[in-house]
Design a binder for this molecule. Structure first.
Ligand SMILES: Nc1ncnc2c1ncn2[C@@H]1O[C@H](COP(=O)(O)OP(=O)(O)OP(=O)(O)O)[C@@H](O)[C@H]1O
Ligand SMILES: [Mg+2]
Length: 466
């Protein structure tokens, strides 16, 4: 396969579909793409704007894709492999037998490229890019994070690299390890992408600001001159164009910062509702990239998108379970037989367990047994601040219900709550669902009913307050 073959093929295809041969810019785009140049470099050598190059390239990829029989799309990062596949299927059409190309044998019905063996199919998925990926980690924490979540990590890798998932939500309370797993993921898959950008939503940037910074990064411009007056719709179309033409990974950390407090879970703060347009666009339109966001809470529309079968996925980070023993071991705590009790009370949260370990070392001579006997449990200032942050997000009714549940020694049923509340049944059920989504309630399934109790650490905290 050489460039001249590609040029001849592309010329024929463009002539067939448009009635005109390739023009000079189209040839320059093919040459630049073949040489793995960026659009901005092609634009520079052709002396025109990058936006113009992208527009012409987008049209060219669409025209060339018409020559593929199974509806697959050609783009900048898969041009070589798609052309290679086209050659394979057309050669085999001629020989109607087995074709050997390099060391790969392709057998079977040649008119169905989707039946090409796995070894070749992996060629089709964008990337392994020989060029170094373009990465912006300027807003990612530069700390040493540990992450022992091998199973979730491989789930994420599978969603990204095999399943073509376009939107992934990584959910969990503070300290569960969302940032840690995202950083670990990044270090393991960065060579599979053309561009990677990490953005923090900690300062609650508006959607316009976030889009502007993404577009600046993807378009490789340092000033915002070119994109100054773009409206949201235009920004989104431009973003999608980049996500189509390149294999990009966007990580948005701390999405809950743009979600509203004192309301049921999953609503945006006023002025931030248009983040939903970003997620909807990324989930619904076709492209070859992915956006991952980390959050304490899941925005409501994501559930709707999932129900529409959009290629999106949610990964809830749960208790570390026995793996958390390693944290306690590292902290040199005593009374190993009591560790599982400690882990359960702290919901298997790595950060909270590290805080607990410090408290136990400082005040209980590292003796876990003695610490657990001390009632109400002593949580320490550092953890109290974090738990209060979670509780400060609840609606008034959620707070009431949580206190009501916590006032009982045993877990309570929905009918008990209904009997003991003057609120409508639907208000109450919505509030219970919301508490559940925030991981503040534990559900206990009995034979004929479901019982609810506060998550152990919140139970301890609320008891400490009364
Ligand atoms: N699987 C793990 N094993 C051991 N330590 C872990 C693990 N996951 C996270 N940690 C540690 O727990 C701490 C909190 O992790 P991290 O900051 O990733 O949590 P988070 O979910 O992003 O929290 P927040 O929502 O507050 O940002 C870090 O010190 C991290 O190194
Ligand atoms: Mg984090």
């Amino acid at each position: 396969m050489d460039f001249q073959e590609l040029l001849t093929w592309a010329d024929q295809q463009v002539l067939t579909h448009t009635g005109k041969p390739l023009d000079d810019l189209q040839k320059a785009i093919l040459r630049g793409t073949w040489d793995r140049e960026k659009y901005s470099d092609i634009a520079k050598s052709y002396n025109c704007t990058e936006v113009h190059v992208r527009k012409v390239a987008y049209q060219l990829w669409k025209t060339l894709s018409q020559s593929l029989e199974d509806g697959e799309q050609i783009n900048k990062s898969n041009l070589r492999s798609m052309f290679h596949r086209w050659q394979v299927s057309n050669l085999s059409l001629l020989s109607r037998d087995i074709v050997h190309i390099r060391d790969v044998s392709v057998c079977g019905n040649p008119s169905h490229p989707s039946e090409v063996p796995k070894q070749q199919q992996s060629d089709r998925s964008p990337s392994p890019n020989n060029n170094k990926p373009h990465i912006d980690r300027s807003e990612a924490p530069d700390l040493k994070y540990s992450c022992d979540r091998h199973q979730q990590l491989s789930t994420l890798k599978n969603l990204l690299l095999e399943e073509g998932t376009r939107l992934i939500a990584v959910l969990g309370m503070s300290g569960m390890g969302k940032t840690a797993i995202a950083l670990q993921l990044l270090s393991e898959i960065e060579d599979k992408f053309d561009c990677i950008i990490w953005r923090s939503l900690r300062g609650a940037p508006t959607l316009e600001t976030t889009l502007k910074s993404l577009i600046q990064f993807f378009s490789n411009t340092n000033t915002d001159q070119n994109h100054k007056n773009q409206r949201e719709g235009e920004q989104l179309s431009l973003l999608i164009e980049y996500l189509r033409n390149n294999r990009c990974l966007i990580i948005l950390n701390d999405l809950h910062q743009v979600l509203e407090k004192n309301r049921l879970v999953g609503h945006y703060q006023p002025g931030y509702e248009n983040y939903r347009n970003l997620f909807q666009t990324i989930a619904e339109l076709s492209h070859q990239s992915c956006l991952i966001f980390n959050s304490w809470e899941l925005p409501l529309e994501i559930v709707d998108l999932k129900n529409k079968n959009a290629p999106i996925s949610c990964l809830q980070l749960e208790s570390l379970g026995k793996t958390a023993n390693k944290i306690l071991e590292k902290e040199c705590l005593l009374d190993e037989e009591k560790w599982s009790e400690l882990i359960d009370i702290y919901g298997g949260n790595p950060h909270w367990l590290k805080i607990a370990a410090t408290v136990i070392k400082d005040s209980f001579g590292s003796r876990v047994r003695e610490y657990l006997q001390y009632k109400p449990l002593f949580l320490g200032e550092e953890l109290t601040v974090i738990l209060e942050q979670h509780l400060s997000r609840l609606s008034e009714l959620e707070r009431q219900i949580l206190l009501q549940i916590n006032s009982q020694k045993e877990a309570v049923s929905i009918s008990w709550l209904r009997e003991n509340s003057d609120r409508s049944s639907s208000d109450m059920l919505n509030a219970i669902r919301s508490l559940g989504k925030r991981s503040l309630l534990e559900k206990i399934e009995e034979q004929n009913s479901t019982l609810f109790a506060a998550q152990p650490i919140f139970k301890e905290y609320l008891l400490e307050q009364t």
